[in-house]
Design a protein. Structure first.
Length: 326
């Protein structure tokens, strides 16, 4: 399908997948609005999925607030929200298969031990939250194993096959990632006894019939990991991916608290109308004639993926002032 085609196809489906780890900000809102607009302009289904498996980072009540924020912006979805924490049995079942096929292995190594095994550890990105590549030398011999979710909690990693992973992105064109070189064997089941994001999301996207995954390009590396996992599990067909340019602060970093309060709730509480926010997101997304205010439905009618700027959008103080101006 041509990305710009607006031919109606009710067999296609996308999803909005907020993580209830904090309130939605303008960057998240832009990705959700664009995903929703692409789908609604083409008669696709839209599923709302709550990614509530991020352990201690999940904040009570944040799922309801994410739902409120999306609705305030003017977005809707089909059916009840799907909550990941209600699907643990499905994720464990996939782990049992992967273990029986010798594609995963238990691993209790600490981050420090994993880092120490790298040949040139200083060349690897460090810092809080940075990922550490899992050196191939640490992988034990692979063998069929039994995965027991109730056994003493231990982490499990996926034995990432060698070789690049390529896919055709609806926004970026041909993309090549190389998970074996960038991350190595990655975690699929955490030591806290929870499925990791990569495993949960690929199973959900498959089970919910998601044909089009539309999300920020900060997840590009994750897509390679999700594809190798999906292929190991025999999940087909693979969805089509649309990676959207991220919204960043003036320092070029992903929009976050350090850039001030850009939460939708913050603007809503300050009396800013949702149409004002949509108008800003429209300007960022290459929608002409957004003017002072625009509804989400109007955005969906006018948004064209072909004219969306490919460069990252920079949120500035001026944008903030413009939102607040009457
Ligand atoms: N909940 C994930 C996030 O907010 C979404 C990931 C995805 O779209 O697959 O980053």
């Amino acid at each position: 399908m041509d990305a710009a085609s607006t031919e109606h196809d009710p067999a296609r489906c996308t999803r909005l997948a907020p993580s209830p780890t904090g309130a939605l900000h303008l960057g998240n809102a832009r990705s959700f609005l664009v995903a929703w607009a692409i789908a609604r302009a083409r008669g696709w289904r839209v599923v709302l999925r709550i990614d509530d498996l991020a352990g201690p980072r999940v904040k009570p009540d944040a799922a309801r607030r994410a739902i409120d924020d999306l609705a305030w912006l003017g977005l809707d979805w089909d059916g009840e929200p799907v909550v990941q924490s209600a699907r643990l049995g499905r994720y464990a079942g996939a782990m049992r298969d992967l273990a029986a096929w010798g594609r995963v292995f238990p691993c209790d190594l600490s981050r420090r031990e994993i880092h120490a095994a790298l040949e040139a550890p200083h060349a690897e990105p460090g810092g809080v939250g940075a990922e550490t590549r899992f050196a191939r030398s640490l992988r034990p011999p692979l063998a069929p194993m039994v995965f027991d979710r109730d056994a003493q909690a231990r982490g499990w990693r996926f034995a990432t096959p060698d070789g690049p992973v390529t896919f055709e992105d609806a926004v970026l064109g041909a993309v090549t990632t190389d998970p074996a070189r960038t991350i190595g064997d990655f975690v699929v089941w955490t030591r806290d006894g929870q499925p990791a994001y990569q495993l949960a999301t690929i199973l959900d996207d498959h089970d919910l019939g998601v044909t089009d995954v539309i999300r920020g390009d900060d997840l590009l590396e994750s897509t390679g990991r999700q594809l190798v996992l999906a292929r190991a599990l025999g999940l087909a067909p693979e969805p089509r991916f649309w990676h959207l340019p991220l919204v960043v602060g003036p320092d070029g970093r992903r929009l976050a608290k350090r850039h001030g309060d850009t939460r939708l709730a913050h603007y809503r509480d300050a009396g800013v109308a949702p149409e004002r926010v949509v108008a800003l997101l429209a300007r960022w997304s290459g929608v002409r004639g957004a003017g002072e205010a625009m509804t989400a439905a109007d955005f969906a009618r006018r948004f064209d993926p072909a004219t969306m700027p490919r460069a990252r959008t920079v949120f500035t103080d001026e944008d903030d002032r413009w939102l607040r101006a009457d």
